[in-house]
Design a protein around this ligand. Structure first.
Ligand code: C2E
Ligand code: MG
Ligand code: MG
Length: 696
């Protein structure tokens, strides 16, 4: 560590030494200069006194000096007079020696006579004085012969003073030696004292500063230690943090990798149907959008094929969702396998699939593809021990004729698919503009039907049901009629399916039920007693949780005995409604009769039938039509009869138009008949007029 005190001490001592030395030197210089100046002044003053007092011998000596040798000069009178005069004048003063030179530098007088005759022409002091200057020179002599005798160890100040003649011309030089030894000795003493005091003061200052420096050094040391401690703590922390960062960096990398994986999985899920692995709706829409842009650029055509499975709902409802899911997977596989020409197949959801065919050259090509799709369903799907026979209906729209946007093409393919479905199972249909007109018409009918519910456009007509053996009236089926101011008489076949699709059937069915019960009770009040009345029930009504409540309300409100009310349900009801058995059982316990309408057209299995709390089977009109002409229909009717007998069901045949049909049915054991032979559905007043008068 940096040692402040040590460097301070060394530097301070050097500086103290230097300062003390310099100050001593300075003091000496100043003192010597002052002393020299004073001694010089004194020498000048004494020289003047000398000139004044000894002017005559001096001038004589000067005048005689030229051309005389030294001994002659020494012995001359003037010289003797000078020796005496000088001794008298200078005795007791500090002047210890005098020398006089003539202009030529020759010593013409000296208090040491041996020096007379010597030349001092080269002496700088002499030269300066000859120039008119007074100069002094401080010297020390080990021995000096003074006019008072020989002296040793003496400090002298020799002053050269010019001697001017009458014409002010310099005629010679006077040299006075003044003894300054006492002064120099005291100066030396003072010098020591000053130097010592200065050194002592500096040493004191040095000590004080040393204390301060030591203290500062201590503080610095403490701080350095603290900084060192903090630094090592920091180093440890930095190490720990670095390790932590490295670890979290690794974690981060792992997380990033995981996230990437999850992202690609998400991306896959976002664009694929998780069940079948086919492209999903989103993928399909994006792809179709791209195909359309491409087709616009290339002026090409694109076909959209909307595929709907015809009986999927029944399978799903009766065999469960597990089987339904497996079926969808198998269907997807079959579609991918059979359908070759397509560019993409996707599952839109539920049992709806869709294909895109790009670069369409002709409608025949598209029709071939549709046939391939339908052919994929030729073989049954074997799932969970069941052989499931399915068919598909395909609706086709083609860009740009049937629509220029994705939405329009999809909507029109969907519309065409409904038309294909209407043709029966396993058909395809191209879209035509009339379909849109039909769809618009459906929308209009729906709107008018909603309004009809609130006005008196709807009515209930009744069709008689008679005992097969006797022809006696045993009941009637209530059938809704709609007399629209805009559309005229609209047949139920046209508006009932529409009401089912739109949900209007719930309000419509409730209205028909209430109206029928009221009618029966009005008749009863006026003396016409109809033994039983059948009312058709839609699956949509039964699905409503409030259905039984509404029914009880109507029974309560109209006062009709439950036993006189029969509800007609189709097989699909039993399969579609959750918990259909317990619901039907509840109706049975209320006392209401139940009939299975359109029997033979659905998929009811024997085991199903056995468990159903239903009393009556209604043989569908399509079988009755074949009596007398189609032995197969007759065989079906006979087997239905046998079945009904063994399971203890009552059987009613609908659509009986001829006596031959009636006879066949009666012979086969059919209990009741309903059809134009005995009367079509008519308004209540007409019904009463026709039947009230007949004996029962
Ligand atoms: P559905 O319940 O099978 O009714 C029997 C249909 O056969 C009635 O047609 C009836 O007029 C017709 N019909 C009866 N005898 C003969 C015959 O001898 N020959 C021929 N060709 N037809 C005969 P409608 O009235 O057009 O009703 C059609 C369907 O509309 C009904 O079939 C029923 O499913 C439905 N429907 C009618 N009213 C209602 C209703 O109030 N509620 C519900 N949910 N459906 C109703
Ligand atoms: Mg019916
Ligand atoms: Mg029917």
């Amino acid at each position: 560590m940096f040692n402040l005190a040590r460097y301070f001490s060394i530097l301070s001592l050097i500086l103290i030494g230097l300062a003390a030395g310099l100050l001593g030197l300075l003091y000496r210089e100043v003192s010597v200069h002052q002393m020299t100046s004073l001694a010089e002044d004194r020498n000048v003053a004494l020289a003047q006194v000398l000139k004044n007092v000894l002017g005559a011998p001096l001038n004589g000596l000067m005048a005689a000096s030229v051309g005389q040798d030294a001994s002659m000069l020494q012995e001359s009178d003037e010289s003797q007079a000078m020796q005496r005069g000088v001794k008298a004048l200078m005795g007791g003063t500090a002047v210890v020696k005098i020398k006089i030179y003539n202009r030529l530098g020759v010593t013409i007088f000296s208090t040491d006579p041996s020096q007379v005759g010597e030349s001092s022409l080269a002496n700088p002091g002499f030269k300066a004085a000859l120039g008119g200057q007074v100069v002094s020179d401080l010297t020390r002599r080990d021995t000096l012969d003074t006019f008072e005798g020989v002296r040793s160890g003496i400090d002298l100040l020799a002053t050269y003073i010019p001697i001017a003649g009458d014409a002010k011309a310099i005629e010679g030089v006077l040299e006075l030696y003044q003894d300054v030894s006492p002064f120099m000795a005291s100066l030396q003493r003072m010098l020591w004292i000053v130097t010592t005091v200065v050194a002592a003061v500096f040493a004191l200052l040095y000590l004080m500063q040393l204390l301060v420096v030591r203290r500062a050094q201590g503080i610095l040391h403490d701080q350095a230690e603290r900084i060192e401690a903090a630094r090592s703590t920091l180093e440890i922390q930095v190490d720990a943090r670095t390790t932590e960062l490295r670890r979290s960096n690794r974690q981060l990398e792992d997380e990033v990798a995981e996230r990437r994986q999850a992202e690609s999985k998400l991306n896959y899920l976002a664009y694929h149907d998780p069940l079948t692995g086919l492209a999903n709706r989103r993928y399909f829409l994006e792809r179709l959008e791209a195909s359309l842009s491409d087709a616009v650029a290339k002026e090409g055509r694109v076909a959209v094929l909307f595929i709907d499975l015809d009986q999927f709902k029944q399978v799903n409802d009766s065999l469960g969702h597990g089987v339904g899911d497996e079926l969808l997977v198998s269907v997807s596989a079959a579609l991918c396998e059979h359908v070759r020409l397509i560019d993409m197949i996707a599952r839109l959801g539920g049992d709806e699939f869709i294909c895109v065919m790009e670069a369409v050259r002709s409608e025949d090509e598209v029709a071939m593809l549709a046939q391939e799709v339908i052919a994929a369903f030729d073989a049954p799907f074997r799932i969970g021990g069941h052989d499931l026979f399915l068919t598909a209906s395909v609706g086709i729209s083609i860009f740009p004729n049937d629509g220029t946007s994705v939405g329009e093409l999809l909507r029109n393919a969907d519309t065409a698919m409904y038309r294909a479905k209407a043709l029966g199972r396993g058909h395809y249909h191209f879209y035509t503009p009339e379909m849109t007109r039909d769809a618009q018409e459906r929308i209009q009918i729906e709107m008018l039907l909603r309004r009809a519910l609130d006005s008196s456009e709807l009515s209930v007509h009744l069709q008689p049901q008679v005992e097969a053996r006797s022809g006696r009236l045993v009941g009637a089926e209530a059938l809704v009629r709609w007399e629209s101011p805009e559309l005229g008489n609209v047949p139920p076949a046209r508006f009932i399916p529409l009401a089912e699709d739109s949900g209007i059937i719930i309000a419509l069915g409730t209205w028909a039920l209430r109206e029928t019960c009221r009618q029966v009770m009005r008749w009863q009040a006026s003396g016409f007693e109809l033994p039983q009345v059948s009312v058709n029930l839609s699956v949509k009504q039964l699905e409503r949780p409030e259905f039984v409540g509404t029914l009880l309300e109507i029974l309560d409100e109209t006062g009709i005995e439950p036993g006189r009310l029969k509800l007609e349900i189709t097989e699909s009801v039993v399969m579609a409604v959750d918990d259909a058995f317990s619901l039907l059982d509840r109706l049975r316990r209320i006392g209401i009769s139940l009939a299975l309408d359109d029997f033979g057209t659905g998929y009811s299995s024997l085991s199903y039938l056995k468990m159903l709390p239903v009393q009556q089977l209604k043989i569908d009109r399509s079988f009755v039509v074949g009596i007398g002409t189609n032995p197969e229909d007759e065989a079906i009717i006979r087997s239905v009869m046998a079945l009904a007998q063994s399971l203890d069901f009552e059987v009613v045949a609908e659509g009986v138009e001829t006596a031959e049909q009636a006879a066949f049915l009666s012979e086969s054991g059919c209990h009741q008949l309903q059809g134009f032979l005995h009367g079509s559905a008519v308004a209540p007043a007409e019904f009463r007029a026709r039947w009230a008068s007949l004996p029962r």
